[in-house]
Structure formats: structure tokens, C-alpha cells
Design a protein around this ligand. Structure first.
Ligand code: ZN
Length: 253
């Protein structure tokens, strides 16, 4: 190879490597708070560590913030995916910006307390149209539970076993149950074999969806997210990773 040709080959290679390194496949903005229940903060911090590693491995851009004011229309234009690690916006402007983002093709991944709601929430779109689930009560203390993977063909749950043990979590049960909505596709639920579940607060029976998507939006809710054991299951980690890649738009359909 002539020197000029050799040099241009080297430069082309360097250009390809540089572009590959500098161009993330999608951009994620995660919100959390440190002014809440300690177990919820533990999860959020571990989730940030987990997703930072995944971002390097799978070439996406990951940013986490405690500033919920960043949930505004101008800022959200930079991101293909918003993640809520155990909290949700409380101000009307932030809620409105999020709804508009979701109604115009944005994606959302929410964990545990991000889906919590009660009579003080006052956000009918989120509770009744988007999450499609009203919090009823929870189990206590946090315990592992056997989950049933209901749809193993969905990109989020593809490749998972029929059932797996999900690490210790505080489990929420809902009424109305999200399964009652025609828009909700349940991906994983609590196995009835866990009942009675809990000691201080016991769940005795009932359908308990754990991971679902609302087919009218690009979203996934995961009830896992209480305490520092959540990322100790390789199977569950695979589910979480598949969720972020699907929502970011790069997973195989
Ligand atoms: Zn909790």
C-alpha cells in the first residue's frame, strides 16, 4: 500500500472509532430524590451505578439528576427516554411537560414509588390514563417473591425463564388492577404461590401485576425498587436492561 493510501486508511479507521465512541445511540435522563425514605434512596443510587455501567456497555448516554425542574419541554427535547427512580413530579408545570413529552413520542421507565399514588396525588392523567393503576396497599417487610413472566415474546421479557425469584422488595397491589384496562399489557406478575406475603402487612390473595406497559405509550413500569437487594438477580437485571434498550429504541423488535 502506498504511503498516502496507508495514511488515509489509518485516518478513516480513527474517524470511525472516534464517531463510534462519541455518538451514543440514545440519551436518557433519570430523576430521583434524596429527600425520601432511605430504602428508596438506596435503590436510586444503586440504579444509577447499574445504568452507568450499562450505558458504557451499550453505547447510550445516561444522566441522573435530583432537579425535577429539568422536567421541562425545552430540556426534554434532548432525551429519548426519561427514567423515574422512586419519585414523581409534584408541580403542575413538570407534570404537563411530561404528559406532552409522552404524547409526542417520548419514552418512560418508572420504578416502584414512581407509580405510587393516593388521594393526595391529584394527577388523573397519570393515574387513570398512563399508569392505569390505583395503589391499594403494600406488603411489609421487604421480601423476595416468585414472579411469573407472562409474555416471553415481548422485547422486555424475551429470553427470561417462565418464573424467577425477584429479590426482596416491598410489593404494591392495585385497585383497579392495571390488567382491567384494555390498554395495559402485563409482562410479569406475582405468583399466587407467594401468598400470604409479608408479616407486618400481609397480602393474602389477588392478581398483582409487577411489570407492565401501556400500549398507547412507550412506557414500562416495574414495581421493583425498594432497598438495596434489587440488582442481585441476573435474571431481573436482564429484564431491566432489556426495558431500557427497548424504550431507547435500539432493542430488536
Ligand atoms: Zn418502597
Amino acid at each position: 500500500m502506498r504511503p498516502i493510501a496507508a495514511l488515509s486508511t489509518v485516518l478513516m479507521f480513527a474517524w470511525v472509532v472516534t464517531c463510534h465512541a462519541q455518538k451514543p445511540r440514545f440519551h436518557v435522563l433519570a430523576f430521583y430524590t434524596e429527600k425520601t425514605e432511605a430504602d428508596h434512596v438506596d435503590f436510586a443510587r444503586q440504579a444509577i451505578t447499574f445504568f452507568e455501567a450499562e450505558a458504557k456497555h451499550d453505547d447510550f448516554d445516561w444522566k441522573a439528576t435530583t432537579n425535577w425542574g429539568d422536567l421541562n419541554t425545552t430540556n426534554l427535547k434532548q432525551y429519548q427516554l426519561v427514567v423515574w427512580l422512586n419519585d414523581s413530579p409534584h408541580e403542575t408545570a413538570q407534570r404537563t411537560a411530561f404528559q406532552q413529552y409522552m404524547e409526542h413520542g417520548g419514552a418512560w421507565l418508572g420504578f416502584h414509588f414512581a407509580g405510587y399514588n393516593d388521594e393526595s396525588t391529584h394527577w388523573p392523567w397519570f393515574v387513570g390514563d398512563f399508569l392505569d393503576a390505583v395503589f391499594l396497599t403494600n406488603s411489609w417487610p421487604p421480601l423476595p417473591a416468585k414472579l411469573i413472566v407472562e409474555d416471553r415474546s415481548h422485547p422486555v421479557t424475551r429470553g427470561l425463564p417462565d418464573t424467577f425469584i425477584s429479590p426482596a422488595n416491598e410489593w404494591y397491589i392495585w385497585k383497579p388492577d392495571p390488567r382491567a384496562s384494555k390498554d395495559i399489557h402485563v409482562l410479569a406478575s406475582l405468583s399466587p404461590s407467594n401468598y400470604p406475603l409479608g408479616m407486618k402487612d400481609t397480602l393474602a390473595a389477588g392478581d398483582l401485576p409487577v411489570v407492565w406497559t401501556n400500549t398507547r405509550y412507550k412506557m414500562v413500569y416495574c414495581n421493583m425498587g425498594h432497598g438495596d437487594k434489587i440488582f442481585t438477580s441476573a435474571t431481573q437485571n436482564q429484564l431491566v436492561k432489556s426495558a431500557i434498550l427497548w424504550l431507547g429504541g435500539t432493542a430488536e423488535k
